[in-house]
Design a protein around this ligand. Sequence first.
Ligand code: IMP
Length: 431
Amino acid sequence: MSTLVIVGSQWGDEGKGKITDLLSEEADIIVRYQGGCNAGHTVVIGDKQFIFHLIPSGILHPGKKCLIGSGVVVDPESLLQEMENLRKEGVEIDGRLFLDPKTHIVLPYHKTLDKLKEKKRGKDKLGTTKRGIGPAYLDKIARTGIRMVDLIDEKSLSKKLEINWKEKKEIFNKLYGLKMSNQEKINLIKKYQEYGQLLKKYLMDVSLYLNQAIKEDKKILFEGAQGTLLDVDHGTFPYVTSSHPIAGGACVGTGVGPTKIDKVIGITKAYTTRVGRGPLPTEMQGEMEEYIRQKGREFGATTGRPRRCGWFDAVVVNYAVRINGMDRLALTKIDVLSDLDKIKICTSYKYDGKLIKEFPASLETLQKCIPVYEEMKGWKKDISQVTNYEDLPPQLKVYINRIEELTKAKIVIVSVGPKRSQTIIREKIFK
Ligand code: IMP
């Protein structure tokens, strides 16, 4: 087995950064395939915490190649800043980090539009990260977007920006009453040409490189951002991101065919969280939610917003198992539940007097679904230093077994804290 997709099986923030960092030890190449700097992947090494927005979480492992596939939207300013921060920490970037020339660019007007659109939506806002992700993908699908390859071609950049500028100027003016000056456009072209020159040496055909690496049996990790329920096709639309975090997105966003993917592992938090608006059927209330938020440090890594917290939802994870074709899970943040007397698991929903186990397509239906819970006894023991599965409290194993039973997926990794050392590996992932 040499290719593995890491995917979030809930609404993001499942701990993909930590697991990617951990599995990167054995991998040769780590590649991001979608999203942009809306992501915030946290890795804790010793006393240091690193948050990655665009750069794959494998970068902290010396010598590993880290790639950004064409499915990602890149904000050059944010990328250069992240590279600089890592350099200051002594992390080698050159010769290790590469991005596909086909990646689309997030421009300042995308970020402004993201903010303006959200403001205009008022109480119906989506709760985006305001990083310009939606507007950048919109330009890509509308076939007007600007790509990395355009930044290194002076003529192409000027021509394409001219077209975009005209359109955006009208939108800004007519919809939001804002003016955009000619001088701003000239400055923007100059600035992005400079970014192009700074990033030129990092460009590489990611598809070509990966397919060659697969022939050589190199080990590749595809690092998904966000989560299955935020997928634009399969998530809780419209409260989703504008890309494909699901495993299928790894093929589209890197140019690797589906027959070349060996395995998919779902990163699953022992409870559920989401940032931004939209349904969260098992959402907790009051003190319990605040307790989990504080204990689990459930605040957005990109925006600092408090995350909404809920009990483990087997309907959601089952859906993710199906959509992603995953049969292995990494269960994260289980230590956060250690002091609770009772723990709930949602096994199905009650809708219109009937029990349903399949995640509904309609938000209206979902909003009326009442979670059906099973209540389990807590294990009431500090497990943050346990490194052996056998040494976990029996009651915690009951919880794990029940999740496996409900999702029909094997929990192969149990994460008991943010550090690399706080991980129990039950099965070797790369064989
Ligand atoms: P956008 O991706 O900024 O357009 O935001 C759309 C939705 O996705 C909002 O609910 C965000 O909070 C959510 N979202 C985007 N990125 C992440 C992430 O990395 N983790 C969790 N939620 C995210």
